[in-house]
Design a protein around this ligand. Structure first.
Ligand code: GLY
Length: 582
């Protein structure tokens, strides 16, 4: 017979277990994540390409194997992604490239979109000064003048070693002959079918009455024809002639602003990269109009003051330090950064040791800073994000780090009739109203206000790391506002925690951006002691489901001491992403 004492003990034990259950579940999640942190770098003795789609990586590898250089491969992969990865790969968007030649020269190419000539500061506000919901995100008015094709032409003119048509031929073949739709590709196309229908006044090819099924052979003949015109006529194949007429007609039909004059005026810009050191490494990253390089410099230089390795990866102390630095970097981003061709951007001051030390003086190790005391702002919930990154190292040691985007998934969801490609919705990256958060929750002011032919501020952070003058890491990622913090953590993973390429990519990332005043992460990222340590310091944790699928998908190449290229794509979040070397 059970004694009353035994019953009482069983009840107490049961209550104890029930109270403990959520903590046990969280800790088990965390352990599961650690088991996934295996290192399985793709090893390439000579060259490596990492991109968001295996078919595009194959194109890049073939170009490299045929003797093409990293720039040739990047151009070919960029056009291939415009076919097989249409949610972000593009000819109707723009991006940034950071490069390092084998002889150590570095540089940066800005092929970011621009506001149309007819654009004006309050174009997304109604008569009462309120934001017109969705106007900067969906449809023709959201589209910036595309820079991707001009950017690829500029890269080819300066560094290409293979013929231009040869580099576009694989993309034309993929679009014309077709490719097998992956489960992720089908899922993405299906998710936006209603938008494609609503925002196009005809039936674009991406629409399917019964949706897409994995394994479908996807053919895009109009896109193939557009790519063929680009292959034949270079820049003029896009910015003049039939393609340009189709873009302008599309704009007229849908109430957009882009005219032939906009297309004629578009020019990419070679810029001096942001360069700085982190411990015994040298970092080269993207300058404005991306905020990426400046913010990354602030974060890494700030982190240099701490013994990050001793703190322990993703410990409470480590994350607290990151979040406090990020709070300040993102506040600066909102106040000071914009298109340097239009507004003065104090890059040198923002990245100087003295300025960063001053900003850090108020950081306390035991307590978070309230973001309101750094600067106030109001933020809506963050929506969809999509960008894509390519990391390439060739046999000679040239490195290309290239991030490109349509902004949201499939950009404005508008497909240019008869030309078969998506247009970006990059205009939302402007501060369309002071202190109105964009789709990433990012704030801004007059520095990043809309103006004719101005470039909208970006977070894209294509980056190259060297050590003692030798190439060490080529890295970048999609993820909107999280791009900067993800690159920040990946570099610490390699430099401070000694992770391999794949470990640094797989390692779960944590994101914070001043406003909203939250620490965003994927469930299972932190151990229970880390979570408790952060909450004791006053941080609010937010398990952000989007992290699992869309954010922090790093594409990286790490170079070993013996110059072996170790490629790592994020298979855990990316599905189609792939590193290929030889
Ligand atoms: N469209 C995202 C970015 O440029 O940051």
């Amino acid at each position: 017979m059970v004694k009353p004492q035994q019953t009482a003990s069983a009840i107490i034990f049961g209550v104890f277990l029930t109270l403990l259950a959520p903590f046990i579940a969280l800790q088990l999640d965390h352990l599961r994540y650690h088991w996934r942190l295996a290192s399985n770098d793709v090893v390439g003795g000579k060259a490596m390409v990492v991109s968001a789609h295996g078919l595009a990586s194959e194109v890049g590898r073939d170009v490299l194997a045929a003797g093409g250089n990293a720039f040739d491969a990047a151009i070919a992969v960029h056009f291939a992604l415009a076919v097989v990865y249409q949610q972000a790969g593009n000819i109707g968007g723009g991006g940034f490239m950071v490069y390092r030649l084998a002889d150590g020269q570095t540089g940066a190419l800005d092929f970011r979109e621009k506001a149309p000539i007819a654009a004006y500061r309050d174009m997304y506000l109604d008569a009462d000064g309120n934001v017109i919901k969705g106007a900067s995100l969906r449809g023709h008015l959201a589209v910036g003048v595309p820079g991707a094709v001009a950017g690829m032409v500029a890269a080819h003119e300066k560094f290409g070693s293979r013929s231009w048509p040869e580099l576009i031929a694989p993309a034309i073949e993929l679009a014309r002959e077709g490719f097998e739709m992956s489960p992720k590709g089908a899922r993405m196309f299906n998710r936006y079918q209603a938008d494609f229908r609503a925002l196009n006044n005809y039936e674009p090819r991406v629409l399917r009455p019964d949706g897409w099924t994995p394994g479908d052979i996807a053919r895009f003949p109009a896109l193939a024809d557009t790519l063929a015109r680009i292959a034949e006529n270079g820049r003029d194949g896009f910015y003049k002639g039939p393609t340009a007429r189709m873009i302008v007609t599309e704009m007229e039909a849908g109430g957009g602003m882009i005219t032939q004059a906009d297309l004629d005026a578009y020019q990419p810009v070679w810029r001096d990269p942001v360069t700085f050191s982190y411990r015994d490494h040298e970092i080269t990253s993207m300058p404005p109009p991306s905020s990426g390089g400046v913010a990354l410099a602030q974060l890494l230089k700030g982190a240099e003051a701490y013994n990050v390795r001793r703190m322990g990866h993703n410990s409470a102390a480590h994350i607290h330090m990151m979040v406090e630095l990020e709070r300040r970097a993102y506040a600066d981003r909102a106040s000071y950064l914009g298109d340097p061709d239009f507004v003065p951007v104090p890059v040198a001051r923002l990245t100087s040791d003295a300025y960063i030390a001053g900003r850090m003086a108020a950081i306390r190790s035991w307590e978070k800073t309230d973001s309101k005391t750094v600067r106030e702002g109001h933020v809506d919930r963050v929506e969809s994000v999509e960008t894509t990154h390519i990391s390439i190292v060739d046999a000679a040691g040239n490195a290309v780090s290239l991030t490109t985007t349509l902004n949201g998934n499939f950009g404005a969801k508008v497909v240019v009739k008869d030309a078969g490609f998506f247009l970006n919705n990059e205009m939302d990256d402007f501060a369309i109203k002071p202190d109105h958060a964009n789709q990433f929750g990012l704030l801004g002011n007059a520095q990043n206000a809309v103006a004719p032919q101005k470039r909208m501020l970006s977070s894209m952070t294509p980056t190259i790391v060297t050590k003692d003058g030798d190439l060490r890491l080529v890295v970048g990622t999609p993820g909107g506002a999280t791009i900067i913090t993800t690159v920040f953590q990946t570099i610490m993973n390699v430099v401070d925690f000694g992770m391999t390429a794949q470990q640094s990519v797989n390692a779960r990332k944590v994101h914070s951006q001043w406003q909203p005043d939250l620490v965003m992460l994927e469930r299972g990222t932190l151990s229970v002691p880390s979570m408790i340590g952060l909450m004791r310091r006053g941080h609010k944790l937010y398990a952000w489901p989007r992290f699992k699928y869309e954010l922090g998908r790093v594409e990286a190449v790490l170079i070993d001491a013996d110059r072996t290229r170790l490629g790592a794509a994020d298979y855990t979040r990316g599905e189609d992403d792939r590193a290929l070397g030889f």
